[in-house]
Design a protein around this ligand. Structure first.
Ligand code: VTB
Length: 345
């Protein structure tokens, strides 16, 4: 799967990032998102595969493109039989977020990316559009920290695993009222908090690499993006756990409906029998082969953002593969048609 898709999915995230970056700093997050969705879908439909969106822009009725269940790829086109041999058909599930951190992009802040995760059919958790409590940490702490434990306990464990003092740890938390107690607890425990306004996917994955000076992500973000983060963290052998939040009393805004009962019914409908289950990265991205791809829209901890020049652009992407056990940073110059000015630096 990797050899067939590796290069193509880089182009998918690159195209989405370039489209979105044209709207960077323009204060219009909806357009920044829409153009990324369109660009991602257009490029994805040129790939020789039968892909199914399992995490996307929402339910079919609410989203015109990249909705959950939409089929993408050349082998889903009406004349597919002419090009696609059913015996060799590559059937895959895809989770996308064409502009993760739309506010970050719209206001020119760091950390927005075009991202996706891929696995063979059935290899990605079908997360509802709810919130998720998340804990991400470096590979050295995998299976040792635990979302069931308090932040204070986890910081002690993390300090031991990383062989450093608690006050040498940096924890990323999204700046939200729901995290006020968590932020206080982390500070009281002696660690330092990096508050971000949005974009917990980039934050989670940066914990998977050492040298980013981020050692954990704690708090509640969106569930679908949790699956994409988990896919990357699983490939990196890092720690990721997630627990769905379905009670509107815990998170009062945004994604989840008004009533806990209705939310629980929705989970049952989706086949989730234990709503309080704690999922680890291997369960959220359980496929035998899992691939993550991301391309920076604005600059971040992991990647540069898109830079435009003379009608061309330069992008930086990251592709992580469970199959080849690689994390590839790909630096691409997208050449302008005419005149060919290919700027190196
Ligand atoms: C966003 C976004 C995150 O979660 O905040 C969202 O920035 C949901 O949280 O990156 P709010 O409704 O409180 O804004 C993410 O999309 C992903 O988890």
């Amino acid at each position: 799967m990797e050899s067939t898709l590796g290069l193509e999915i880089i182009e998918v995230v690159e195209q989405a990032a370039i489209a979105s970056a044209r709207w960077m700093g323009k204060g219009d997050k909806d357009t920044a998102d829409e153009v990324a969705v369109e660009a991602m879908r257009e490029r994805m439909n040129k790939i020789h595969m039968r892909g199914r969106i399992v995490i996307g822009e929402g339910e079919r009725d609410d989203a015109p493109m990249l909705y959950i269940g939409e089929e993408v790829g050349i082998c889903t086109q009406p004349d597919a039989a002419d090009f696609c041999n059913p015996e060799e058909l590559l059937e895959i599930d895809i989770a996308v977020d064409p502009c993760e951190g739309t506010n970050l992009c719209a206001y020119g802040q760091p950390g927005s990316m075009a991202v996706l995760a891929i696995a063979e059919k059935g290899g990605l958790f079908h997360a509802p559009d709810f919130y998720m409590k998340k804990l991400a940490a470096p590979p050295a702490a995998k299976g040792k920290v635990d979302i069931r434990k308090s932040a204070t306990e986890n910081l002690k464990i993390l300090a031991e695993c990383l062989d450093r003092a608690i006050d040498e740890l940096v924890v990323i938390v999204m700046k939200r009222e729901r995290h006020n107690d968590l932020i206080k607890e982390i500070r009281d425990a002696g660690a330092r908090v990096r508050l971000i306004s949005d974009g917990d996917v980039s934050a989670a994955i940066s914990c998977g690499f050492s040298g980013t000076n981020t050692h954990a992500l704690m708090g509640i973000g969106a569930a679908p993006e949790g699956v994409i983060s988990a896919a990357a963290m699983r490939c990196l052998g890092a720690h990721f756990q997630g627990q769905l939040i379905y009670d509107p009393a815990v998170v009062k805004t945004g994604l989840i409906g008004e009533s806990k009962e209705a939310n629980l019914a929705r989970l049952t409908e989706m086949g989730i029998t234990d709503p309080d289950k704690i999922y680890d990265a291997n369960e959220l991205a359980s496929g035998e082969t899992v691939l993550f791809a991301g391309c920076g829209i604005t600059p971040g901890d992991l990647m540069e953002g898109v830079r435009f020049f003379h009608q061309g652009a330069r992008t930086q992407s990251l592709v992580i593969s469970s199959q080849s056990q690689t994390a590839r940073f790909v630096d691409t110059i997208h050449m302008p048609k005419e005149p060919k000015v290919i700027q190196l630096r």
